[in-house]
Design a protein around this ligand. Sequence first.
Ligand code: TYM
Length: 333
Amino acid sequence: MEEPKKRMLSGIQPSGDLHLGNYLGAIKNWSSRVDEYECFYFMADLHTITVRQEPAELRRRSLHQLAQYIACGLDPEKNVLFLQSMVPQHAQLAWVLNCYTMFGELSRMTQFKDKSAKHKDNINAGLFTYPALMAADILLYQADYVPVGEDQKQHVELTRDIATRFNSIYGDVFKVPEPLIAKTGARIYGLTTPGDKMSKSVPDGCVFLMDDPDTIARKFKRAVTDSDTENPVRYDRENKPGVANLMNIYSTLTGKTFEEIEAEFAGKGYGVFKPAVGEVVIDAMRPIREEAERLIKDKAYLEDVYRKGAEHASYVANKTLRKVYKKVGFYQI
Ligand code: TYM
């Protein structure tokens, strides 16, 4: 008998438009694995309301994000694509897992510390218990692998701890998942702030998937580097973070090693290097943007994709939820 395919699952919050960090850290690694695995990818819209959202904007971004997933190569016939809020089992399992997640564990989460520092006027309970919802997202599907950028590793590790704890009480209910973190691209820094990860909150240093070529070129021309004129293009994360970040982007998109990149730009300055990185990004983003623009116009198609995706996801998720309900002592619906 043929072995069942392993499962891969990941999600992105539609709290902003998708950017190069999301693409290189996560999505790029999703689409390359479709034939080997059964894949579930979703818009983590339940997570976004831990920070106040404008409702119409959230709806727009969720739909546009779906279009961009497909444009990045995630064929809805081969991947289950859905909106998290349309699959009620996520919230149902999250409640149960909240009761198996410790206050101390949640207090140690870096994302909670960062976001509560940034949104001091709205440190709500959801922001704090968010990792239990993320654990539910993953464990509902008995996912083997969770491809994410480095900043999400801590949450996947907590998910493993929650699953192990639950299993130790009730027997083998959950598959304990592994984070899958790319060798390059797992942490992309802002072009204007190479000490901080690329994020939509600094738009000048953030390249969005839907940016047009001129905008991308401009952002790369303005990328922060350093005053080294002797031997500028070389990899030194500590002392030359801006250049290291650009080399990382270039390497992830071209497949070239850092040594190859150093050789390619030997004797050349940033005036040549920065636009060259921009060009590679423009070439990679162009087909994605064009396809996403085409799909965004076809709302009926996108609705059909997320409806079917939610139906499929819900069917799989319900199997796990039923098991959990039985184990903890609830009656079956
Ligand atoms: P989110 O929405 O912040 O980011 C989505 C994905 O993009 C990666 N990423 C980056 N990778 C490299 N460099 C960057 N600058 C960068 N910025 C973001 C993230 O690591 C992530 O893989 N909690 C999650 C969403 C989520 C989820 C899940 C993920 C909810 N449920 C279940 C996996 C499985 C989050 O906030 O990611």
